[in-house]
Design a protein. Structure first.
Length: 272
């Protein structure tokens, strides 16, 4: 999808069509800032998986940018001896993230060039329309030979929930609307890094099965993490009362619990 966006942008003078509601995404993160503890265990585990990649290099990093880390990334970087700035679109989220708060006004981040030795973007880029542009901005914020490390959900994430919601909504209303974000294909990710000017771009994915004894906890985790639906074309109507119970009951079972899949892509690249 993002590769198609790049092509269309080139044809239209870099005007990307909008997919996401930026204002809604920011509001979701604002509200989630006071509820992060609800999804804290999951966010912490995913953050640790990402930061394990730092052990693959013997480079020492001084100044680091935590881009949207939700209180998981900045403390871990500070514990490694780094001076950390925590950037977020949500003022509340930036304030509790653990580093020096840096509030971003919009998709033009306004970051100073060649400022950081390390940029870590943990599950914070997938709600942006201009993902290629975001990567370019983060690469420019790195000092020469600085490291970019990011995680994001890719195609296949929440596929079970997407199918179950579509089927339940069609039964309940006779129509469907987008309720799960579109995700990039893993195959496109390394190419996006390369287009953004990163050297030695690498993208790989870890497939994680999330199991829920009570599937309603899945919806709570998404809300508490600030991952509520922010697709621009989402339905603004209240869902029928039985739609979500019907969808959650349709999730596949594993070991007596309901399963959804998270495909977590890890992206790495170096500023030249």
């Amino acid at each position: 999808m993002w590769q198609q966006q790049i092509q269309r942008a080139a044809q239209k003078g870099f005007h990307l069509e909008r997919i996401f509601d930026f204002s809604a995404m920011r509001q979701h993160r604002e509200r989630a800032a006071g509820r992060l503890a609800g999804a804290g265990v999951l966010l912490q585990e995913l953050g640790e998986r990402l930061l394990d990649r730092l052990d693959d290099t013997d480079r020492k990093f001084g100044a680091a940018l935590d881009f949207g880390g939700r209180g998981v990334i900045a403390p871990a970087l500070a514990a490694r001896g780094m001076a950390v700035a925590s950037a977020d679109f949500s003022p509340n989220m930036a304030a509790i993230a653990g580093g020096t708060p840096l509030v971003l006004a919009g998709e033009d981040f306004g970051l100073k060039a060649q400022t950081y030795d390390l940029v870590v973007a943990h599950f914070s880029l997938h709600w942006l329309d201009d993902l290629p542009g975001a990567l370019i901005q983060l690469r420019r914020a790195l000092k020469p030979e600085g490291l970019f490390l990011a995680s994001m959900p890719v195609l296949g994430t929440l596929a079970e929930l997407r199918t179950a919601l579509l089927e339940a909504e069609e039964i309940c209303t006779g129509g469907v609307s987008p309720r799960i974000s579109p995700f990039p294909d893993l195959r496109d990710c390394a190419g996006l890094l390369q287009r953004a000017g990163f050297a030695l771009p690498v993208a790989d994915a870890d497939e994680i099965a999330l199991l829920y004894a009570d599937p309603f906890t899945l919806l709570q985790d998404l809300r508490d993490a600030g991952e509520t639906n922010a697709v621009l074309a989402r339905s603004k109507k209240f869902a029928p009362q039985n739609m979500f119970p019907m969808a959650l009951a349709g999730l596949p079972e594993q070991d007596g619990r309901r399963r959804v899949t998270l495909r977590m892509a890890v992206l790495t690249g170096w500023a030249s």
